[in-house]
Write a protein that binds this ligand. Structure first.
Ligand code: C2O
Ligand code: CU
Length: 493
């Protein structure tokens, strides 16, 4: 399979204000937008080398066998646009948050203090936890308060993340910087064989494309995105990468990279600059059955993936940004050059990483989930979930033990990123084509193209609650805040 390459090596392009195939109504609201090519950064290759910033690993204090993690949600300033100070927010710092690493079976407690001056919540995206500690809008907590959810880690090794999830404020709070990586480790043979030394050979890569005006004000909604002076900076682990290719000197002969697209809506595709393949080992919820060569990895908002790369085969990685909403970033950024400072040769990768039993869905309960739009309002099954009452009106209710097959039907012309809380799902087919390759892996977030259909299957294991909801929604944070979100109640069978 060939893939499009611009054949320009380290050359990068930036464009302002790409309009995607938005519906007429949305496009009409952005008539001021035009395509203006900005200056090409032709001198980038000669720029001084800047080491990749790696988020701190958060240390727990252990009390009575419970690992307690402390997160302080705070405001600050950060240069998301080079040379311009922006008002931002983060966990324990002024932008983004530390990485939390837990192990399957651990008892953990998160002590989260809100010093944002506004209500918030924190959701553990992709975590299989009871609804009451999932961090949805029902557990929003006020400025000055501390929320202390406790749970037992109950899933396979994977790369998750954490971010706010209150009603109507997710885009604002995430775009200001409230996001961090959550790594789950386990005692599998694959985990033992794969790199796992955080910051040494196990490297988090949080990718974001933001919308920021010339004064540094971070934008997150339609009004904001209509600002005439928008820039769409690309950030790697919170640091502006518009004109910088970060460097990482590998001291181990094999690296593992964990990618997260923490953008509100833009799509980020990762590929090697030299045109050869990437070795993908995991989708969002688990290892693949085996390491798989892929030309590129396309991450919609909220998605993650993991690769391994041998230091001797070190590479420059490119991120291709595609506008995911009415406006957004675009262009190709060479964001990371890995150099080989290691000695020795890595052991062969295990021939098998995981066993994935594909669902026989013949007896599964079927549902259709329509992604809908009325005017500018995004909805699910026609209901715009911008209030708790509306979220309940669109509620999907099921029971523990239920096995279901859902057709996610995008009746809009817009791109969506469908995310399900609580349990992982398998992709059965995409617009009629059966899943294959890395799409056979366990996921929690999946791209649904305009007019497209994705069929997924899942089993609601373990946790029921009569009061607290999980959610299903579009992970384009603007769509989620505009109402493309519904409650998911899982009750006892
Ligand atoms: Cu990443 Cu419902 O969220
Ligand atoms: Cu959407």
């Amino acid at each position: 399979m060939s893939r499009k390459r611009n054949g320009k090596g380290m050359h990068r392009r930036r464009f302002l204000g790409g309009l995607v195939g938005a519906g007429a109504a949305l496009a009409a609201t952005t008539t001021a937008v035009s395509l203006i090519a900005l200056t090409d950064d032709k001198n980038k290759a000669s720029a001084a080398s800047v080491a990749l910033t790696i988020p701190d690993l958060l240390t727990a204090t252990t009390t009575n066998g419970v690992d307690v993690y402390t997160l302080d949600m705070q405001t600050g300033t950060s240069e998301v646009l080079s040379g311009v100070s922006s008002t931002t927010a983060g966990f324990n710092q002024s932008f983004l948050g530390p990485t939390i690493k837990v192990t399957n079976g651990d008892s953990v407690q998160m002590n989260v203090t809100n010093n944002l001056g506004a209500d918030t919540t924190v959701h553990w995206h992709g975590a299989h936890v009871p609804a009451k500690v999932d961090g949805g809008p029902q557990v929003a907590f006020a400025n000055g308060e501390t929320w202390s959810p406790a749970f037992t880690v109950n899933q396979e090794a994977c790369t998750l993340w954490y971010h706010p999830h209150a009603l109507g404020t997710t885009a604002e709070q995430v775009s200001k910087g409230l996001a961090g990586m959550l790594i789950v480790d386990d005692d599998s043979d694959a985990s033992a064989a794969l790199p796992s030394d955080y910051g040494v050979d196990d490297i988090p890569i949080i990718l974001q494309c933001l919308a920021v005006d010339n004064a540094g004000d971070i934008k997150y909604n339609l009004t904001g995105y209509q600002s005439s002076t928008l820039n769409f900076p690309f950030l790697v682990n919170g640091v502006n990468a518009d004109s910088t290719t970060f460097t990482f000197a590998a001291t181990k002969s094999r690296l593992r990279l964990r990618f997260l697209n923490a953008s509100l809506s833009d799509i980020i595709t990762i590929q090697r600059n030299d045109g050869s393949t990437l070795t993908q080992i995991a989708t969002e919820q688990a290892y693949l059955t085996k390491a798989t060569e892929v030309d590129s990895i396309r991450l919609v908002a909220g998605s993650r993936a993991e690769i391994v790369i041998d230091a001797a085969d070190a590479a420059t990685l490119d991120a291709v940004i595609t506008t995911g909403w009415v406006r957004g970033g675009s262009g190709t950024y060479s964001f990371l050059t890995i150099s080989d400072s290691s000695s020795g040769t890595p052991a062969d990768l295990p021939s098998t990483l995981n066993t994935i039993t594909r669902y026989d869905t013949s007896a599964f309960t079927a549902r259709t989930i329509k992604l809908t739009q009325s005017g500018l309002n995004m909805g699910i099954n026609g209901v715009v979930g911008t209030t708790m009452a509306a979220m309940k009106a669109a509620e999907i209710s099921t029971t523990v033990g239920a096995k279901e097959i859902w057709t996610i039907a995008n009746s809009t012309q817009l791109e969506h990123s469908f995310h399900l809380h609580d349990v992982p799902f398998q992709v059965i087919s995409t617009s009629g084509t059966a899943a294959s390759g890395v799409d056979l892996g366990w996921k929690d977030t999946v791209e649904v193209i305009g007019g497209g259909t994705v069929v997924i299957a899942m089993e609601f294991t373990d946790y029921s609650d009569d009061t607290y909801m999980y959610m299903l929604h579009c992970h384009l944070a603007q769509h989620e805040d505009e109402g493309m979100m519904a409650a998911l109640m899982v009750t006892a069978s």
